[in-house]
Design a protein around this ligand. Structure first.
Ligand SMILES: NC(=O)c1ccc[n+]([C@@H]2O[C@H](COP(=O)([O-])OP(=O)(O)OC[C@H]3O[C@@H](n4cnc5c(N)ncnc54)[C@H](OP(=O)(O)O)[C@@H]3O)[C@@H](O)[C@H]2O)c1
Length: 339
């Protein structure tokens, strides 16, 4: 089986590449920079690299030609990007999806998998929803808007008969996560997360990175064309999440109190321009807090049934995340000492 994969160098993409190769499949990975550490990592696993960009349809043609499966997993996931970067995110997440899926249809690829997101469905309020949920609320962030539009492109092609399967991972967690959640986990592990937290009652679905990768790989094996599969380890409030993290060794065990949403919102709004000014990664920002205070509750029962997925429990997912992050921190410290 020959798989053409976009986004193979990313947080989800690297374990996904590994899982595809472990199944004995050939992986042609589209990469923007073949010399990056991540590209070299997947090459060393056995992936064949093709240089290109999802914003340039023709750059994917030769690599995609003759593939049995296309997995479109590339995207730009970030909250709090500045207005000037909106166009770039649109080109990657929306036009990149259109280019990749259109080309796959044009080349008559028999199975096409698109990595969407639970955010494509929007907030869910007090209910836990499944794949049939119809969006009730407008997007809160620019990233959410682009994933919604990319999802619409994929569903519209499905309706026209294209052999597309859509996967929607929940918020992905795991060691090495470069999103705002990943930074907070690293602050927790390094004992520098303040003992004052926020949005205790916001409920969110999370999925461990290896489970997300396995779910996408299983879409190749078991996914039904025309369907959507939510990938999630479960739903929990931020308060429950914090309690789960504290069950692992190390990290900040104390939470003095939970900030009211209005104060948390104000502090994040103040922090955002300061982070930008100092050139820090944007962790505390308006878009992150807007997302965190709401509910995003999704059921992965269909993926369990049809993809035969066995998702780890959320408690285990957090334990694996904290433990993995501790190992990464230790390795970083050791390599610094060696230098
Ligand atoms: N992380 C989450 O919580 C989450 C949840 C649900 C859905 N998703 C979706 O899952 C997918 C992967 O996310 P991730 O968290 O693994 O993100 P990531 O770590 O930032 O990886 C993004 C991947 O996309 C590639 N990429 C970005 N722009 C590209 C372009 N213009 N042309 C070709 N490749 C490009 C990157 O390649 P380079 O090596 O060139 O940078 C990288 O391999 C995305 O579609 C994202 O929206 C993520």
């Amino acid at each position: 089986m020959k798989i053409f994969l976009t986004g193979g160098t990313g947080f989800i993409g690297r374990p996904l590449t590994q899982r595809l190769l472990e199944r004995g499949w050939e992986v042609i990975a589209l990469v923007r920079n073949p010399e990056s550490n991540e590209s070299k990592e997947i090459k060393s696993l056995g992936a064949h690299l093709i240089q290109g960009n999802v914003t340039n349809k023709e750059s994917m043609r030769a690599g995609m030609q003759g593939a049995d499966v296309v997995i479109h997993n590339a995207g730009w996931y970030e909250f709090g990007i500045c207005k000037q970067d909106h166009e770039k995110m649109f080109r990657i997440n929306v036009e990149g999806t259109q280019n990749t899926l259109d080309l796959a249809v044009e080349l008559r690829i028999p199975r096409i998998i698109h990595t969407s997101s639970i955010l494509a469905y929007g907030r869910t309020g007090d209910i836990v929803v499944d794949e049939s949920y119809v969006r009730q609320f407008p997007p809160l962030t620019y990233y959410e808007e682009t994933k919604m539009k990319a999802h619409e492109i994929a569903t519209s092609l499905q309706k026209q008969g294209a052999p597309i399967i859509i996967t929607c991972p929940a918020g992905v967690i795991g060691p090495g996560d470069h999103s705002a959640t990943g930074y907070l986990v690293r602050m927790y592990v390094r004992h520098c997360l303040p003992p004052i937290l926020w949005t205790p009652n916001g409920k969110l679905a999370h999925v461990y990175v290896d489970d997300a990768a396995e779910g996408i790989a299983r879409c190749v094996e078991y996914g039904k064309i025309g369907e959507v599969y939510l990938l999630s380890n479960g739903n929990q409030t931020h308060r429950e999440m914090s309690e789960d993290c504290k069950k692992s060794d190390g990290g900040c065990k104390k939470t003095w109190f939970w900030l009211p949403n209005s104060i948390a919102f104000f502090l994040n709004r103040v922090a955002e321009p300061i982070e930008r000014l100092l050139g820090f990664p944007i962790v505390f920002c308006k878009e992150f807090i807007l997302t965190a205070k709401d509910n995003w509750q999704f059921s992965a029962a269909k993926a369990e049934r049809e993809l035969h997925m066995q998702f780890r429990r959320l408690e285990q997912a957090w334990c694996d995340t904290i433990e993995g992050e501790r190992i990464l921190a230790k390795k970083k410290k050791e390599s610094k000492l060696k230098q």
